[in-house]
Design a protein around this ligand. Structure first.
Ligand SMILES: [Zn+2]
Length: 129
């Protein structure tokens, strides 16, 4: 049985322990709320390791937003041929941040669970049907 690659599990927002079960109940741009499963539907891992665990995801989300803002700001600078008005940049960065909010919300939690949670490790014995 081939192991599920970590990157694929992260892109698909799968459980960090079995890389099989979904973390979120709805699709990313669905109109329903972004609801997480409390436990992995495949291996039963409790995603919220301790109470308030996902507050830490806000820091990850903040870092993603800063990186996004710098990227969009630079892109705006080159696309508009060195625009001087700050409002163009503010509008571009806020729009990008708003449009990517669902992605940011999800992947900040995925990154927290997969890369920043020493208590959770991949268990190949769970990585099968
Ligand atoms: Zn799992």
């Amino acid at each position: 049985m081939a192991a599920t690659p970590k990157l694929k599990a992260m892109l698909d927002a799968k459980c960090p322990r079995c890389r099989r079960g979904d973390i979120f109940q709805n699709s990313m741009y669905g109109l329903k709320s972004q609801k997480m499963y409390e436990f992995c539907p495949h291996c039963g891992l409790k995603y919220e390791v301790e109470p308030g665990y996902f507050y830490a995801a806000m820091y990850v989300g903040y870092a993603i937003n800063v990186a996004l803002g710098v990227t969009v700001g630079m892109a705006t600078y080159f696309i508009t041929k060195e625009e001087k008005s700050p409002w163009i940049y503010i509008a571009a960065v806020l729009t990008a941040s708003f449009l990517t909010a669902p992605i940011n919300f999800r992947y900040s939690r995925v990154i927290l669970l997969h890369l920043l949670s020493p208590k959770i490790s991949y268990r190949p014995d769970y990585d099968h049907d």
